[in-house]
Design a binder for this molecule. Sequence first.
Ligand SMILES: NC(=O)c1ccc[n+]([C@@H]2O[C@H](COP(=O)([O-])OP(=O)(O)OC[C@H]3O[C@@H](n4cnc5c(N)ncnc54)[C@H](O)[C@@H]3O)[C@@H](O)[C@H]2O)c1
Length: 254
Amino acid sequence: MTAVLITGAASGIGLAVAYRILNDGGHAVLLDTRPVDPDMLPPGSETRAILVEGSVTDPAACEYAVRAGIAAFGGLSGVSHNAGIQRYGTAADTDPELWNEVLSVNLTGAFNIARAALPQVLDARGAIVFMGSVQSLASQRNVAAYTASKHGLLGLVRSMAMDFAERGVRVNMVAPGAVQTPMLDWAVSLADAPDQVRDVLNGMHPLGRVARAEEVAAVVSFLLSDDASFITGETVRVDGGLLTQIAGTPKDPK
Ligand SMILES: NC(=O)c1ccc[n+]([C@@H]2O[C@H](COP(=O)([O-])OP(=O)(O)OC[C@H]3O[C@@H](n4cnc5c(N)ncnc54)[C@H](O)[C@@H]3O)[C@@H](O)[C@H]2O)c1
């Protein structure tokens, strides 16, 4: 039975993962600091979804969510960690509180949820998927804490993949480029000229647009499934070619 613990499930990519898993007939524990709107889930899936309010920064909340999954579904076969926050600053002007806030959600949160769910995932010989970013592999300017947290996930994925491969558990990461979600809307709204920023975001992806959350959820669903049975320790970019392109490549090939 597919039973996935999904963090950040109230919005954006996490919500799209929840929708995908439930729509495909799976079971899900949905953990978020905000309430998940049941109207956003597939009609008829209510009995297969458990909604838990809590923070991935709190190990007790993560353990509570796992217990809820055991009580409702008899166990968990997978984890999809999407909870994340974006904050801006260089190493010079990021204060330690902001640094700790970003690291505690994006990186320690991944550790907390994986640690809490591992006994179940080991029993199920299941899979874990962390939501990284192209900023797990490269960086923009002014995102020191975010990029450090997402690069940290790369190390966590690889070390967990090594530690649990022999026991049949796979651990992978998805690394999206820009994705149309409330987080992206918020980031764009900070700019002086949001429409121009949208054009730049679309244009910097060789496919000519940002991703839809469902396109990222499809890859998470694949990595959680048996179709990905020989993939572990991997980072799958879902970036419309963003990191494939050499910076400054002219659009017109002539
Ligand atoms: N949107 C993008 O362009 C983009 C690109 C690359 C990677 N990502 C990553 O994808 C993930 C999801 O981002 P999104 O764009 O869907 O953002 P979003 O803001 O739409 O959704 C994030 C969700 O995480 C929840 N959350 C935040 N802190 C939490 C905590 N401590 N505990 C539990 N839940 C918490 C929020 O309440 C929210 O529902 C993040 O890890 C983000 O870094 C997003």
